[in-house]
Design a protein around this ligand. Sequence first.
Ligand SMILES: Nc1ncnc2c1ncn2[C@@H]1O[C@H](COP(=O)(O)OP(=O)(O)OP(=O)(O)O)[C@@H](O)[C@H]1O
Length: 740
Amino acid sequence: MQLFVSSTKFSAMGAGFDSTIDIYLRVRPISSGAKAVLELNQEEGRVTWTIPRHVSLGLANHQREHFTFKFTGLFDMESKQDEVFQKVAHKVVIGSLDGYNGTIFAYGQTGSGKTYTITGGSERYVDRGIIPRTISLIFSEIAERSEYAYTLHFSYMEVYNETGYDLLNPDHETKALEDLPKDFILANEPIIANYQFANAFRVATNPDVHFLQNPAGLGRNQLNPMHIRKSLQTRVLRFVMIATVTIAQDQLPETISTCRFAQRVAMISNQVTLNEEVDPNLLIKRLKQQIGDLKGEIALLRGENENRPPLSASEIENVRSRVIGFLSDKGVDTDLHCGGSMMHIHAAFQILKEMLKHGETQTIKSVQDDNGSQVSSESTVVKTLQVKVSDLQYQLQQRDNEIQILVAFIRKREAAARNTVRSASVQSLTDRPPSTSCRGSRTEEKGGEMKRSQLLAEKNVTPRPSKSADFHQPKSTELDVDLGVAKLPVTSGREMDKDKAFELFSKGNDKMEAIEENKSLLIAMCANAKALGEKVNRARDRTYKEGFSELRDIKKEIEHLHKLLEHNGAQLQADFEVYWSAMTAAPASTETSRKAPIIPRLQISSAIGPQHQANQSSSAEYKPLFPFSSNSLSARGSHCSPLSVSDPRSGSRGGNDLRALALASSKEHSKYVKSPSSSGAGQVLNNLDNLLQPIRRQQLKESVNTAGLQKVPLTGNAAADADIIAFYKARSGVLKKVSS
Ligand SMILES: Nc1ncnc2c1ncn2[C@@H]1O[C@H](COP(=O)(O)OP(=O)(O)OP(=O)(O)O)[C@@H](O)[C@H]1O
């Protein structure tokens, strides 16, 4: 899928859905001093321009006073970049992630705000345009869509009439469109090095994103419908278009022409289809499965594959209960699923036949008894009763199963308890001479009780005390021993079967009861502790994750702001160099100072921070605030810096040269601006990195564990480790594929 963001409308999101192209109108604020001649009225998506008569008289279109155009939406002079993005681009970007190509295209006369809308203003963060906001949205969306893997290709091109050139290619070679690879829009290699968001691409998961930028100065006359069709074919016609206009008097004809053009574009029908690229292996697997299913169905219909033994009684019962369920269901659409073979189907019909016969007998009986009035109700009652019986049988079976499980469980517990108590009690019983009492000595018994209490106290469990610490006194030491409940014939303690003796001994013994009770308590508490532990872990994971993604987003924003500040700083310094050269080269006449247009820019730029101003006046030891080298800045090319110093819109390459010159000499004069190492943003980023580090480590560890890659040699460096793990995961994927 591709998303083109270019200096133009696209709205339809449904597969195979026909729609017209959405056209938005954006009105640029007029410059101070310019005269607004158009009155803008908006109602129900219609925009009406009212031109005062004295203005319209000067127009070539014969004194029309009203023009009415229809747009999907209007952004007036007050509209902010965020609003434009949310209304125009958000759905297109999300649509591109869902598999629909998307194009956002700004169209309008020179200076009407195409670049401002698409790329954004270069000085204030809030002024960032559709491209940077799109990139942010794509990355935050794919972070949420962990079930998909995305690969992002990014290109940045200028298309001017029939030529285009790659803004990310350092040689900036201009080529005719037909000389560019035919699929240049589809398959540009990821060119990211020069773009300020390059770091973000480390994530390496994204949809194809293509950004097109029309050149400075490209107006309505150069980019007409003919060029659109020839250059970018239907692909570009799947778009959202933003028509940019100004209501200044001198732009009036262009504004009206832009609106007319927009109306024509709005009439183009736009068909959007879902791009689905399926992994060939997955497709083969899916088709094989389909073939298997179809073969099974054919065999079933032909009555083949029935060389299996006849249905067992329980299988027939199963079919019967399904048939009963089917008949008792009141829904008309209910299906009868009686099993996977012809035999099952035959059995179902057989059962139905029996039931029908049975119903007939009942009917005949009923007719004889009652002369017909109860026929249907009686057969219904029979059916209902049959259903109930079958239900009850089923429930009985369930209960039986549960009882079996419980009995097995209790037996297991009893055996465990026997082992514990036997070592403490039975041992003393059998080791003692037969003439002595079977009761243990008080000291031993107390000792045993103490151990149990200590154990339970350590586990923080309140034990149930035994009713009596003593065993019953024996009535006879010769023939039998009174164990309170059971009489145990004694010939010799040593000859007695130990297990049997213990069983009889412990039966009804209140100590045994206490042990059982305390044991259940312990089990319950363990289960509770386990549940609580899991709950705590879940809560902790959730909090960590939420906190982490919030921190990561904030960090992204701060990094961006930081870069923006650096960039603005470099501009400021360059502007200052130009200003300084001009001031030092020319004689300092009052006239020159009055004409110098650069001074207000210095004042604006100094708004970077009051601290900067204070430092400037208090010390001569300043380092550059934004230490771009002249090389690094010129390598960024025209897409990274405005073209001129005094007027960012002038588009003059001369302005660029001036800046390059200024930057070359900026090292010498860099003392006027403060070092970034002490800047607040740098500090905040460091702090955030420190905060994110342990969480990243934890995430890395988790991803290693999840992937079963515990033996992967890691370096301790988060970025390097992430690459190593990605490599190992890819490798194990390939091995799996090869082995399958
Ligand atoms: N909505 C707006 N709010 C504030 N300033 C704006 C707005 N639109 C445009 N501008 C400013 O107006 C000037 C011209 O805008 P921009 O460069 O975007 O025009 P353009 O249509 O791209 O022109 P060209 O076709 O010559 O490249 C710039 O200084 C820009 O910052």
